[in-house]
Design a protein around this ligand. Structure first.
Ligand code: AMP
Ligand code: ZN
Length: 468
């Protein structure tokens, strides 16, 4: 397996530190709002990478941090006149909800920054003892000049950076590139006790402390959006390696931006759609299919037309599954043993995705398989093994790795469509009864549906229902 490593700037053979174990850390959200579909690209593509590693037989320990203390959180919480922790708890909950809706596997661990203050303080103390951090009046900074390989991830040179850096007024740092490890408490902000007085941690130290605590001093894969290469990941390396003296992460993976009109989708530009809103129109499978069509590292443009096209593309996949399930229920007695070569498609799929998680090529193999399997179905009267083989191939690749298929939902879907139509019929009937003032009968319909676990909710615009 080959992975493009941002650190070495080339594709490398994937050799984890302790096979078959793999540790993977992905920079997660700052929880001050619902996340947008650009963030979702990073979350979904890291999920596909994790799932592919599992497919390959690795035992993956996966962590994604939740940044629950930050300037934006504090500002928005103050605006809403609630505490920062109450505010961030709400959006952390929304984050986990949307992650589940996007069919992203739950992380083994979601470390929260505010629950690791002690570890961060220990790390800063260690950096201070080693002479790479300095305290100025309760503000602690990292001294980038003390870390000789500063810039190795982003390929930036300290001298060039320094000449371009702006020195902020009121900044007492030694060097404009030095970054905050600990920020002195300000009025109205959450703060913790520390050897440097009341304050809170800087953003970069959070990830170093949490990654090392949960995954160890050296981790296999560290990933995040490409906006994080500099300074966030560069600083994570500087902090962790100055403290431990070992390599912090062996492979660095960065996800390309999701753009709108060739501009990065971002909260600050206001050109975003929340994942939740997109999910109102398209299924998680469609959104994932749309992302899987482009290599994770390249840019990708977002548009409604592309999502609609993805939805259409998925029909072919779903139809083959539904067809095969139908055939399995109604096998003919004179079915023949099939000669269909499943092995070839598994091997092509692996060859494609082994090459730096190339999901578009993996999808091409799946669609080639769909085409060939459909042709084989038309020409042969095949037996149970053949149809089971189709379901199994699509389950292992499209469902388990890419998450663009959900066989159980699909097979239940047909039955639940009829169920929904019948319930709606009863709702219409009840409205007619009420219009004709037959209230007793209308209430009876409601009560009987309720006994079946179907709760009717009336509003000004009509009636809806909920299944319990
Ligand atoms: P944030 O909550 O803004 O810190 O972002 C959470 C994750 O989403 C980080 O790994 C970011 O790098 C990533 N991200 C932010 N915007 C985009 C985008 N437009 N496309 C892809 N990834 C993004
Ligand atoms: Zn991070």
């Amino acid at each position: 397996m080959q992975i493009y490593n941002t650190l070495t700037k080339k594709k490398e053979e994937f050799l984890p530190l302790d096979p078959p174990n793999v540790t993977m850390y992905v920079c997660g959200p700052t929880v001050y709002d619902f996340f947008h579909i650009g963030n979702a690209r990073t979350f979904i593509m890291s999920d596909m990478i994790r799932r592919y590693l599992i497919y390959k037989g690795f035992k993956v320990r996966f962590a994604m941090n939740i940044t629950d203390v930050d300037d934006k959180i504090i500002r928005k919480a103050n605006e809403e006149k609630i505490s920062a922790s109450e505010f961030s708890k709400k959006y952390a909950g929304e984050f986990l909800h949307d992650i589940e809706s996007l069919k992203i596997k739950k992380a083994d661990i979601y470390p929260y920054a505010t629950e690791h203050i002690e570890e961060m303080i220990e790390l800063i103390k260690d950096l201070e003892q080693k002479g790479v951090a300095y305290n100025i009046d309760g503000n602690v900074f990292y001294d980038v000049r003390k870390f000789s390989s500063y810039g190795k991830l982003s390929g930036k040179n300290i001298d060039d950076l320094e000449s371009g850096a702006r020195v902020e007024i009121n900044e007492s740092k030694k060097n404009p590139l030095d970054f905050s490890l600990w920020k002195k408490a300000k009025e109205g902000e959450p703060s913790w006790e520390s050897p440097w007085g009341q304050g809170r941690p800087g953003w970069h130290i959070e990830c170093s402390a949490m990654a090392m605590k949960h995954l160890g001093k050296s981790i296999d894969i560290h990933a995040g959006g490409s906006d994080l290469i500099f300074p966030h990941h560069e600083n994570e390396i500087a902090q962790s390696e100055a403290s431990t003296n070992c390599q912090f992460a062996k492979y660095w993976i960065h996800f390309g931006f999701l753009n709108i009109d060739n501009e990065k989708m971002s909260k600050s530009l206001g050109n975003f759609f929340t994942a939740r809103d997109v999910l109102k129109k398209y299924s998680a499978e469609t959104i994932r299919f749309f992302f899987a069509q482009t290599i994770y590292s390249g840019p990708l443009n977002f548009s409604d037309e592309l999502l609609a096209a993805a939805e259409k593309g998925l029909e072919k996949l779903n139809n083959l599954v539904l067809h095969s399930l139908d055939y399995l229920k109604n096998l003919s007695s004179d079915a023949e043993r099939s000669e269909f070569d499943f092995h070839k498609y598994y091997s092509d799929f692996e060859k494609a995705v082994d090459d730096d998680f190339n999901t578009p090529k993996g999808l091409a193999v799946i669609f080639e398989f769909i085409k060939d399997a459909n042709k084989y179905i038309a020409d042969h009267n095949s037996d149970k093994e053949f149809y089971t083989g189709i379901i199994e191939f699509l389950k292992k690749t499209a469902q388990d790795v890419l998450g663009i298929l959900h066989i159980e939902n699909l097979s239940q879907g047909k039955e639940s469509d009829i169920e929904d139509a019948l319930i709606n019929l009863f709702l219409e009937l009840r409205i007619r009864l009420k219009q004709e003032k037959q209230y007793q009968l209308a209430d009876e319909v409601r009560d009987k549906l309720s006994k079946l676990g179907i709760q009717i909710q009336d509003s000004k615009t009509g009636s809806t229902y909920k299944k319990s």
